[in-house]
Design a protein. Structure first.
Length: 142
């Protein structure tokens, strides 16, 4: 075999190796992004950020959590310094926890279990996680 043929064969193998590595990386990233752990982490982070946002709003406010597919399978617990999210079918030890800071006069509380519509309500110095009332529900079109 001459050097030119060996070079072409080597280049083909290098290209195939690079394509294989890219495909494996994309597959792994897609599976990791769609996992329940990732969804629980996103929900916990979103609620934590909404709590912080409500602190900056003057007066009372109600925010409906955006609808997500399969929302009824999660349990969400809001406490004074953190929010916990886990699947109804899981033990609480597999929960995703996101901490936040509340200034001293404020307090946070609430729990949601298998509800499609969640609301965060700021009332005076309280932030409450609860099921949305029927008149508060807003449809979100995709």
């Amino acid at each position: 075999m001459n050097k030119k043929a060996v070079s072409i064969v080597l280049m083909i193998f290098e290209v195939l190796a690079v394509i294989s590595i890219i495909a494996i990386t994309i597959t792994f990233a897609k599976k990791a992004g769609e996992s329940e752990t990732a969804v629980k982490n996103v929900i916990a982070s979103d609620i934590s950020l909404m709590v912080n946002t409500l602190l900056s709003v003057p007066g009372d406010a109600v925010v409906q959590y955006p609808l997500i597919e399969g929302a009824t399978k999660y349990v969400i617990l809001l406490q004074q310094d953190h929010v916990s999210v886990w699947l109804q079918t899981e033990n609480q030890d597999k929960q995703s926890i996101q901490t936040f800071f509340l200034p001293s006069p404020y307090h946070a509380e609430g729990a949601i279990e298998a509800k499609e519509f969640w609301c965060l309500e700021k009332k005076a110095k309280s932030i409450i996680l609860r099921e949305c009332l029927p008149e508060e529900r807003v449809s979100v079109s995709p």
